[in-house]
Design a protein around this ligand. Sequence first.
Ligand code: SAH
Length: 253
Amino acid sequence: MLYFIGAGAGDPELLTIKGKRIIDNSDIIIYTGSLVNKELFTDIKEGAKLINSASLSLDDVLEIIFDSYDKGLSVARVHTGDPAMYGAIREQMVALDKKGIEYEVVPGVSSVFAGAAALKREFTLPGITQTMILTRMAGRTPVPEAESIENLAKIQASMAIFLSIASIEELANKLMTSYPKDTPAAVVYKASWPDQKIIMSTLENIAVEVKNADINKTALVYVGRFLADEFELSKLYDKHFSHEYREAKDARW
Ligand code: SAH
């Protein structure tokens, strides 16, 4: 059995209890080097092998997995945040399927949610938007044309953009083809790490502020009116609104 494990955004306490138990019991731990916090590995088994996959190709990683499997060793494949976002896990799964090797995925706290926690914001605000778009801008690797930033911007939903901070100026310009230029925009650098940085600005000014702060990697860009302070109160907690678990009541205050 092989486990794909979401390491969480950075803070080692954001690793799930299940993920921690599996890592601590594994013989071989392969982790995505650049963004996984090494503090996750302080309680691993004696003799467990820690492998940084940063310089390895897909084939190299698969070779280690197959070899370990043949030897009956347990393997944890640790990906940053949640492996379902830009984790490149599917290609590994396909290879495992071919070999008949079973695997399980343990989710993690994606940086997109660690960033929202740092910002103390909710993506889905009543009367503002009920939709969240997670995406990245086309860069060295392309994005399907229908998902261009300009197209997605038309919806004016809450948006989080991964892997694009190095092109922040181009990104902001593309977003401003639909979002008004005074739309709030935020950048969270290294969400949940000790050196986390937050920039709260507008689409018009965010690029300059990011450049001034010298941020060019490991950051998420957030845009949308969810970052501002105007919205309606939720129906869920509205005392005049009944639902399955609560009857409507008259106002007490
Ligand atoms: N699977 C990861 C994303 C991997 S892609 C997740 O769920 O978080 C790598 C990109 O994720 C980075 O370029 C950056 O945009 C974002 N990222 C990863 N960790 C981050 C963090 N701690 N703070 C802000 N952005 C982060």
